[in-house]
Design a protein around this ligand. Sequence first.
Ligand SMILES: Nc1ncnc2c1ncn2[C@@H]1O[C@H](COP(=O)(O)OP(=O)(O)OP(=O)(O)O)[C@@H](O)[C@H]1O
Ligand SMILES: [Mg+2]
Length: 464
Amino acid sequence: MVSQALPFRRYLATNAVVLAPSFVALAALHWHGDLALRPALVAAGGIAVVTILVVQRYLGALGRFARFVSELSGEEEPVMPRLKFAPATEELAGAAATLAAGWRRQRASIDNLAASAQAIVDGLPDPLIAVDRQRRIVRSNRAALALLGPIVAFRDLSTALRFPALLTVIDSLLAVSDGNFSGPDHVAIDLILPGPPELDVIAHVQRLPRAAADGSLALIVLHDTTALRRAERMRADFVANASHELKTPIAGLLGFIETLRGPARDDAAARERFLGIMAEQADRMRRLVDDLLMLSRIEQHEHARPDAAVDLGRVLAGVQDLLQFKASSRKVVVELAIAPTLPPAVGDYDELTIVFQNLIDNAIKYAKPATTVRVMAQAVAEDRVSVAVADEGDGIPAAHLPRLTERFYRVDNARSRQLGGTGLGLAIVKHVVNRHRGRLDIQSTPGKGSVFTVTLPAAAQPQK
Ligand SMILES: Nc1ncnc2c1ncn2[C@@H]1O[C@H](COP(=O)(O)OP(=O)(O)OP(=O)(O)O)[C@@H](O)[C@H]1O
Ligand SMILES: [Mg+2]
C-alpha cells in the first residue's frame, strides 16, 4: 500500500501523468490500424500494472525521505531509511544528514559556551547580577544567591536590590542608546545591606556597549567592604586610644615640671617626691611604647609560624622567678604543676615567655592578697599541650570576656592604671597565640577567680 503520508489524489495524479504517454502511443497505433484492439488493451494493462507498482515504491521512498529530513532537526539523530527505489533521494538524504550533524555540533558548542559563561560567572567571588534594557534580571551568580537569597529571573531588579539610589543610577545608564555613550559607562555607589549581619558594600554598575546574547545590558557587582571599614575604624580607634594613653603621663610630667620651676623651686622635699612621681610616669610611657612596638612587631610576623621545640616547663619556671618579687609583695604564691610527660610545644621561646609573663602577671595583679596562683601544664589530645593559669581573684563579668583581648580594653580602667597596666597585655598574648596557631580560652566566675588557658601545638616526641 501507499504510505499514509502520501495523499491519495497525488498518487492517482502521478500514475495518470506517468501512464498518459504510453496510453496515447497505444491509442495512436490502434487508430492507424497498426495494432489490434486486444493486444493494445493487453499491453496497456501490463504497462499500467508495472507503472503503478514502480510509482508506488518511488512515492513511498520519497515520503520516507521527506520524513527523514523533517526528523533531522529534532534532538535525536534519525535512522537513515532504505531508499533503493529512489537512488537520487538516497544521496540527498546522506547530504542532509551531514548538514544536520554539522548543525548539531554547532548547537552543542553553543550550549557549551553558554554553560562555560555561567560557570565563569558562578566562579566569581563577588555577587553579580545582569539586567536587560527593561531592568529585568537575566543572570545572577552563586555568590549573589548566597548573599541575597533566591533571585527570580526576568523580574525587575528592585525585587532583589531595593535601593532607590542604585536603581536610579541603573535607569540612567540603561536609558542611553547603544553606541551613543558620551558620559561614564561605570558608576560605583556605597550601600548598606541590612543584616543580620549588616554589610557595607560598594555596588559597581557597568553598562555594556550593546546588549549581550542573553539580553544583558548592565552588570551589577557587589563588593563587600565590611572588613575594610572595620579595619579603618579600628585603626582610627587605636591611634586615638594610644594618644590618649600617652597624653595622661605627658600632662602629668609637664605639670610637675611647671611646679618644680615655680612654687616648689626651693622645696627639696617636694622636689624629691615629684621627681619620684615623674620617674614613675616616664616609666609608664616607656612601658607603653615598648608594648606598642612589641605588638606591631608580632603583627608583622603574624602569618609566619614559629617552629622551634620549646620546653614549657623551663619557660614557666623562668617566669615564676621573674615575678617572684611581685608575687611575694602581695603575699601571692605561684604554684607550678607541670605534667612529667609534657611534650615540648612548637613555638618561639621568647614569645611564649611574654605570653605566660603577661598571664601570670595579671593573675598576681588581680588576685586577692595571700592567695595561690596555679599554673598547670599538660598534654591534651595527641598533638596539643595546654597551660592553664588560674587565680583566686575577683573574676571578670561575662559581658567583658569577648572584648578582653582588644587593645586598651580594661574591665576597671582606674584599677588597671593604678596597678601600672597599659591594657595591651592580653592583646599581645592573643596575637602571639594566633601566630603559634594556638587558642586562648578565658573562663571566669565573678567573686571566685579566672582561668586563662593557652593551647599550643605540641612537637612530635622522638621515638624511644
Ligand atoms: N586574671 C584576671 N583577673 C581579673 N581581671 C583580669 C585578669 N586578667 C586580665 N583582667 C582584666 O583584663 C584587662 C586587660 O588585661 P591586660 O593584661 O590586657 O591589661 P593590663 O593588665 O591592665 O595591662 P598590662 O598587662 O598591659 O600591663 C585588665 O585591665 C583587667 O581588667
Ligand atoms: Mg596584663
